[in-house]
Every structure is written in C-alpha cells, then in structure tokens.
Design a binder for this molecule. Structure first.
Ligand code: SF4
Length: 485
C-alpha cells in the first residue's frame, strides 16, 4: 500500500473521504465541480508565480508522475548533484517491506519545492528544506502536517532533519512550521490513518455542510445519511454532541425527538437540549415551530421594499454583482436591478449605481440574508469614500433575515441556508446547479471568454437569490400573523 501525501491530506479533512478514495466504488463518485477546477487553476497560477519570482532556475524531474519510482530516483539524483532548487520532486520511504504475509507500506510525498541550504548531510556540505506552496491565507493544520511529512521523508534520505519546513501562502506570505510540535502530530496521524486504511475500517458518515460541500462523495454520503435518518442532518448536532447522543442511545432523529428531556438537559444544558429536541420534532413532523423568545422588533412592511443580494469573489476581494429586487406593494410591481461589474475595476461604479437607487427609495427597508451584505456596505463605503452619514442611514435600513429566522423559527430543514429554507417554502432556483461558488466560476468564465451567457447565468442566479429572500420575508410575516405572534 502506498500512503501518499494527498491521501493523508484527505484523511485530515475527513477520514471517510480518504477511505472512499482508496476503496470506494468510483461509480458513486460525482464528477468534479467547476469551482474545484477553478481552485486548482488558481493554485497552479500561484505556484507558477512563486517559481517565477523566487526560484526561476529550478530543476524538475522529467519522468511521468505516475511512474513514481523513477521520479523518486530522479529527485534523489538531483539532490546528490546539489542543484539549488527542485520543483515537483518525489520523496518516498518504505515503512514496511513486503513479505509473503503482508503487502509493503510506502510513504510517498511530493513537496512543491526542495531548496538547498548550507550544512552537512549525507550529500556533502548541503542539505534540503521542503517548501509547500498553498493557496490559503493561513497555515491550516493539514498544511502543517504535510510540511512535517516532507521534513520527515527528507530526514530519512539526507540523514538529518531540516531545521524547519516552510509554507508559502497566498500573497507570497511565508510561514515556518515548528517541527518539534508537528512531527509528533504527523506520527500519530499516520498511525491512525494506517489503522483505518489497512484494516479497512469504513468511517461512519457525518454530514457537515462546510466540510462536505465540495466533496465528490457528497451525493453518496448524503444518500446514506438520509436513509439512516442520520443525526448529522439535524442542525445543531456537532460531532461532539453526536458522540454524547450516541452514549445516551440516541441515534436517529426520532429517538432525539423522543429522548428524555431531563437526561438531555443534564448533558447539554436546558437551552441546547430544548433546541435540539425542537429541531428534531420540526423535522419529524415537517412543520415550522415558532420560538418562544421572539425579538421585540417585528419585520417592517412598507410600500417599497428592497431585497438585496451580493455576488462576490473573496480571493480577489471583489464584489462583482450588487443585485436588488424592488417591490412596490401598492401596485404589486417588481423590478430587478443587477449592478454588475463587467470588469473587476468597475466595482466602484456599481457601488455608486446601487447608492443612487437606494437614495431614490430612501425609506424602503433593505432585506438581505446573513451578514455579508452589511459587511460589504461597510467595506465599499470605506473604499469609495461614501459619507459616513449616508453609510449609516443605509445600514439602519438593513434587516438580516438569517439572523431573524434563527432567532424566531425552527424550520424542518437540515441547515439554515437561504437555498434550503426557500426550497422548503416551495421556491426553486431556475438553474438547479446554481450556487455562490458556481457564480464565481461563471463570472471567471465571463472574464476569460467574454461569452455573455455566463453573465446572464450570474444575473439569473442573483435575481433568484433576491426573490428567495423576498419569499422568505413574506412567509415569516404570514407565519407570525397566522399564529398571532
Ligand atoms: S461527503 Fe462528507 S462525510 Fe462523505 S466523504 Fe465527503 S467529506 Fe467525508
């Protein structure tokens, strides 16, 4: 068996993903999402820019990557020759030689760079340090584990540990990994990972929106979770709460709804126990349940109302679409305004267009979903010198429906995203695969190809987001009126 760095990375992110990547049925694996392709392209661009700027004279093994043994040998030869920098070299070490009873175990890593340093090693008066080039802004734990792995593999080869392993992050920020801290963590991760993979212990499904969102096993895992009525599909059930629930014998949504409230409260405290049980009841009975501690300020109703949603590309720090649906309650007219930056440099222009529309309806409340719109108003106002008074007036008109929902109603849903809530209310997006990530991909495609169809897709998705926000607001108002709340 070959334990590669990418398998170890998968394991750090989700043990089940590593297992499925090795033993799963490839027919159950979904095709790669466009957004992942974009990330991969960006990562390659980042690597190229680091190479051009800092290591233009690097050497690179020439054997095909799938021919890993030859590539390992070539890397070793380059190190023996003492070249200054090796790009995309392969390092390997046999943890266990194959025998008649058991297959061998090989650790295989491919650090982005191996950089020559002065100091004694098996090669002569030089040795190498590993450098990983990552797209993230921060040195995540999984990056540090990989950096430690490369240091460990190098230590075996050159008979000395490098003093550090380096990670070059976004904007060429350099970070040195403390090997004293991370080598022991690497060793325990390898031990756990091998136990799972060699003994073929399939880790249980646990759906976590953040982690599973871009995973190619999502459809497969989600189907299993649904068929098991798995507790990870109940909002509020975190991995640690899940463990506690299992210890209590609570393993399904039904058993959570029917669990003893006293025992639940002893474990989680009154507030969380009640929240979890209400959530389970809402799902079981497929009905929304009003919370008891309702906010004092009800949602406003006005002749003109604005539903606002932004499309953004955080990597570029760019808000490329400010979308608004304006509703005239008296005439039942609705108008969509999609202020879109056809060039990234036009962000300031669309901000001004947006401000002009907001000034035309100065008393209309602005409904949005989650905090991003408010944060963006603050960011753009500062960036484009909007007077503080105008900015504050705008902010005072904003109503965050996500905040309102989570404080007022328990919905029978698996998460509180706009899409999930609006779907439960019967609203469907015109493009079923549309999402914020997909919108970023479409926008990038527009910039690359100048095909206006991509801009239309972005606009249509954004308009549907605004419409979903509107539907949610109307539903909330009706719900509270009907229930006399
Ligand atoms: S969908 Fe989630 S649980 Fe399943 S393998 Fe992927 S990350 Fe792991």
């Amino acid at each position: 068996m070959i334990l590669t760095d990418s398998l170890l990375l998968d394991y750090k992110r989700c043990q089940r993903r590593a297992f499925l990547n090795l033993y799963g049925n490839s027919d159950e694996r979904s095709s790669e999402r466009d957004f992942l392709l974009k990330l991969r392209q960006e990562s390659q661009k980042h690597i190229t820019s680091v190479l051009t700027e800092f290591y233009p004279d690097h050497h690179q093994p020439q054997s095909p990557r799938k021919d890993w043994e030859k590539r390992v040998a070539e890397t070793k030869t380059l190190m023996e020759q003492g070249v200054d920098c090796i790009y995309d070299g392969f390092l390997a070490h046999a943890l266990r030689e194959p025998s008649q009873e058991r297959e061998g175990l090989i650790l295989l890593g491919h650090p982005h760079l191996l950089v020559k340093q002065s100091g004694n090693s098996v090669w002569g008066d030089w040795f190498y340090t590993p450098v990983s080039i990552q797209l993230g802004r921060r040195p995540k734990p999984e990056y540090k584990i990989l950096a430690a792995l490369y240091a460990q593999l190098l230590a075996v080869w050159q008979e000395r540990f490098p003093p550090y392993a380096e990670i070059i992050l976004r904007r060429q920020n350099r970070y040195r990994v403390d090997l004293v801290e991370w080598l022991p963590r690497l060793h325990s991760t390898i031990t756990e990972c091998l136990q799972t993979l060699v003994q073929r212990q399939e880790p249980e499904v646990f759906i976590s929106r953040q982690r599973c969102n871009l995973c190619h096993w999502y459809d497969h895992c989600y189907a299993i979770a649904q068929s098991q009525s798995h507790l990870s599909l109940v909002p509020g059930v975190t991995p640690s709460r899940y463990e506690s629930l299992q210890e209590m014998g609570v393993v399904t949504v039904t058993s959570l709804a029917e669990a003893c409230p006293v025992t639940m409260a002893e474990t989680f405290g009154n507030a969380i126990a009640s929240q979890l049980q209400t959530q389970a009841i809402a799902i079981m009975e497929n009905r929304a349940i009003a919370k008891t501690n309702l906010p004092k300020k009800p949602l406003p109703n006005a002749n003109f109302e604005i539903y606002f949603d932004i499309e953004a590309e955080p990597e570029r720090n760019l808000d490329y679409l400010l979308g608004v649906i304006l509703i005239n309650r008296q005439t039942s007219e609705e108008t969509f305004y999609g202020f879109i930056a056809e060039e990234p440099e036009e962000e300031g222009n669309i901000w001004q267009e947006f401000l002009t529309l907001m000034q035309t309806y100065p008393t209309a409340p602005i409904f949005h979903f989650a905090e991003y719109e408010v944060e963006t108003i603050k960011r753009l106002a500062q960036l484009y010198n909007t007077p503080k008074k105008e900015r504050d007036q705008l902010l005072n008109r904003c109503f965050d429906l996500h905040h309102y929902v989570v404080n007022t109603v328990t919905f029978p849903v698996e998460n509180y995203s706009l899409k999930t809530l609006a779907n439960w209310l019967g609203f469907q997006w015109r493009d079923s695969n549309a999402s914020g990530d997909q919108s970023v991909w479409w926008y990038d495609q527009w910039l690359e190809t100048r095909d206006r169809n991509f801009l239309d897709l972005v606009l249509r998705y954004n308009e549907d987001d605004c419409r979903a926000t509107w539907i949610l607001k109307d539903w909330l108002v009706n719900f509270f009126e009907k229930n006399n709340l």
